[in-house]
Ligand binder design. Structure first.
Ligand SMILES: NC(=O)c1ccc[n+]([C@@H]2O[C@H](COP(=O)([O-])OP(=O)(O)OC[C@H]3O[C@@H](n4cnc5c(N)ncnc54)[C@H](OP(=O)(O)O)[C@@H]3O)[C@@H](O)[C@H]2O)c1
Length: 245
């Protein structure tokens, strides 16, 4: 059995690529697995390609996901770290809403599919592949998913789908406490990070508050070891500070 593996989900994203590079460089894990919709390893990760296992999978494809989970179970591959980075803020067709009139069913559906349902798919399965001796499951959330911290309004779909992700994580934590005792669940806010996701919204961000993907990845990986399993759920930011739900 190989149990000290790491898994990054949404591997072609800006933050994910920095995480993958740092996980590989740390030599902490037997193997780093990556799940992505992309067919092949992005150019930026070419040097790491030999030490990675790249799996092409759409996390909304239930059958494909279940087949992959079964394969890992059959070959006794378990993970001590799973990081799900999947998230959507804008696309060619989806734009964050500025006001009530912008609310649109198709856009809301897409936000919930990507930001919430892909994560539900993984939460449903992850208890089967986490290392029984101790594991951490991180979902990239966002501070705007905090209900109590919402003073600015706007971004209805992104906020609501991240709040729903937080609720899924919190709800799953109750069941994981019974079924997968040594697993910690973490909803993570990385700060504003210079990736394609934040590009159109960076103009009001002070340069000192616009983080590189490398900084974000190293912050997360340095914070994780200090988190306990009681409680088994944390909602934290890039400084390791708790965010109010
Ligand atoms: N950047 C920021 O300032 C910021 C701030 C707060 C929170 N976050 C959160 O951090 C996470 C990573 O963000 P990032 O900045 O690295 O963004 P990114 O570069 O746009 O990456 C997002 C990843 O989501 C995955 N994804 C899977 N299914 C998708 C779909 N149907 N549509 C769009 N993307 C899909 C993609 O992975 P594959 O293509 O490999 O499948 C993509 O690589 C997200 O959850 C985001 O909400 C980011």
């Amino acid at each position: 059995m190989s149990a000290n593996n790491a898994l990054v989900i949404g591997g072609s994203g800006g933050i994910a690529q920095a995480l993958i590079q740092q996980l590989v460089a740390s030599e902490t894990y037997d193997r780093v697995y990556v799940v992505s919709r992309a067919a092949s390893v992005p150019t930026a990760l070419a040097e790491d390609a030999k030490t990675l296992t790249w799996i092409t999978l759409d996390s909304l494809d239930t059958e494909a996901l279940e087949t992959q989970i079964s394969a890992w179970c059959d070959e006794d591959t378990a993970f001590s770290l799973i990081i799900n980075t999947i998230g959507l803020l804008h696309s060619d067709t989806v734009k964050p809403e500025k006001r009530l009139e912008d609310i649109d069913i198709a856009n809301l559906t897409r936000y919930f599919e990507v930001n919430t349902m892909t994560h539900a798919q993984w939460l449903k399965q992850a208890h089967k592949i986490v290392h029984s001796g101790g594991a951490t499951y991180v979902a990239f959330s966002a501070r705007v998913g905090s209900i109590s911290d919402n003073h600015l309004g706007g971004w209805y779909g992104y906020r609501a789908s991240k709040a729903a992700l937080n609720m899924l994580m919190k709800t799953a934590s109750v069941e994981y406490a019974r079924r997968s005792k040594n697993t910690r669940l973490v909803c993570y806010h990385p700060g504003t990070v210079d990736t394609g996701l934040s590009k159109p919204f960076q103009s009001n961000v002070k340069p000192s508050k616009l983080f590189t993907p490398d900084f974000t990845a190293s912050q997360l990986l340095s914070i994780l070891p200090s988190l306990g399993t009681d409680p088994n759920i944390h909602y934290i930011d890039w400084q390791g500070e708790e965010i109010h739900w």
